[in-house]
Design a protein around this ligand. Sequence first.
Ligand code: CA
Ligand code: CA
Length: 304
Amino acid sequence: HNTGQSCGLVDADSDAPEAWDRTTGSRSGVIGVIDSGIDVAHPDLAANIWRNPGEIAGNGVDDDANGYVDDVNGWDFSSNDNTPNDGNGHGTHVAGTIGAVGNDARGVAGVNWQVSLLPLKFLGTDGSGTTSGAIAAINYATALRTRGVNIVATNNSWGGGSFSTALQTAIQNHANAGILFVAAAGNDAANNDTTASYPANYPIANIISVAALDRYDPLASFSNFGATKVHVGAPGVAIFSTTPNNAYASYSGTSMAAPHVAGVAGLLAAANSQATAAELRAAILGSAVPIASLAGKAPTGGRL
Ligand code: CA
Ligand code: CA
């Protein structure tokens, strides 16, 4: 909500307060955070962490028969256990932007004041992970959706590696199941139309590739762009959000821009429970506000 604080440009923002007049989100909508985990005990997040309705905690049994024992709050695919806590901070920060509890006189409010955040950890404490871990995380969410859990979107603030047929297949299956795949465009100040950045660049219709904007509206100096391959810009510089152990910090990156978009997908789904992923995506891209710094650098040419 840009009121010109910190010398920003008034109204260079995503109009969140205006959206909150319509809805502040719903815990019936699940957003998967494919990242370094989430501090599920953070007081500004705990009430919005997804809980697996089919799993009995701590009984050593895979009650819902999804292949994961006691996966009450998602899974850690990096160390293959049921505690997807965050040793890095990145995933907790992303989670807070999507859905830190709102109107609780504490810390920050997420784009969604209430939502269900599903921790899908595949990045370790050093912030790195494997393609196979990412695929397992994506497939976990796809399987839940197929089972009837209302997973609206996954946020994918990660990238790197070369083209992977297996990863592309996993994202295509995600799309087929009706889940949006929101991806960070990358932080190389590169043109994604000429230098592919994965996973953002896979040619799959459920992907939204997100560039980072600053408080003055221009594209962030580090942000990737792409007239056809990057879809929309969102705030991504000096974003204040949750970090582990009841803390908060300001981070910058397209990693911080993507969760604004994933969060808006959650708000839209809360207000339009019958909307398909394609309809949510069309609404997000169709309502982008054209800004000069994105003209010719993203198909919408616009800000979330
Ligand atoms: Ca299970
Ligand atoms: Ca169990």
